[in-house]
Design a protein around this ligand. Sequence first.
Ligand code: PLP
Length: 334
Amino acid sequence: LEQSISTYLGASHVLAASNGTATLHLALVALGIGSGDEVIVPALSYIATANVVELVGATPIFVDVDPRTFNIDVSLIQAAVTPRTKAIIPVHEFGLPCDIAKICELAASLGLSIIEDAACALGGKDGEKYAGTFGHFGSFSLHPRKAITSGEGGLLVCADSALAGKISILRNHGVKMENGKITFQEAGFNYRLTEMQAALVHSQFQRMEYILTKKQELADIYHEEIKSPALLLPIVPEGKTHTWQTFHVLVDPSIDRDSLILKLRENGIGTNYGAQCMPDQAFYKRKYDLDSASLFPHAIVAYHHGLALPLYEKLSAAQVRHIATTINNLTSRP
Ligand SMILES: *Cc1c(COP(=O)(O)O)cnc(C)c1O
């Protein structure tokens, strides 16, 4: 599995682990990031992106996202950097690669490490290069919600051989084989992926290009068929390849998004909000008490008005047209 993925991505080291949160955690531990350090994260993501920073005892510094791509707003990063900043975790939100080349350039000039949270972006590209292969680390999730899955699982791309060696020890109780003898070199974790999970996801990997192509076709149908002026459809900036992990639309504030979710459910269509404004979640609210509405306005808009539409390769074109028509009808004004 590790070899297949590293060949596919053109990455030097790929390490499998038990999930896509473990991979982010391993990267932070391997970099020695901990108490007193700060790590820059987008305000909008799945909560794991911020939780791993807390897990190592460091402080997540939230930065607002771009209102159209929902990815971290690169122009706001510099102002969030302090002498304590050690790393940036840019997220390829919903499977759309962020401006990762620019972020890497900025990080290099500031001496910061980059851990790409590419949980949703296996197969996504910025230019000719795969998401997850730009930074010092790139983390993928194999959770059932993602395009290919091992039940639970994760993959970590690592550019540096010494760090890759450290990760392989850390994920297995700190065990190192030396002269045929087991030694314990680190206070490591049990973050192993099992052989059975690896076999399962490896067979799905053989169909991944088919899955991504099918999802692109269905996303195109949504773009053609959703005509309601109350919905703002996702964009794909020039040069980026979206994986369509999530087809994320913004619902006009004149329509209550949560009631729309309920009405769609009554019509047999399952939808949900797309991603959390992380500083607004209970733990972060208690600990940092940040005023998200004024500090992260675009993340708050996406959290309150974003909607993830059904998109998986087994949906038919007719079903996607039916969903689009139902949404058009439910959101058009009388
Ligand atoms: C799914 C996801 C994760 C967590 O992955 P798990 O495998 O569930 O631990 C982390 N970050 C983002 C952006 C995700 O979408």
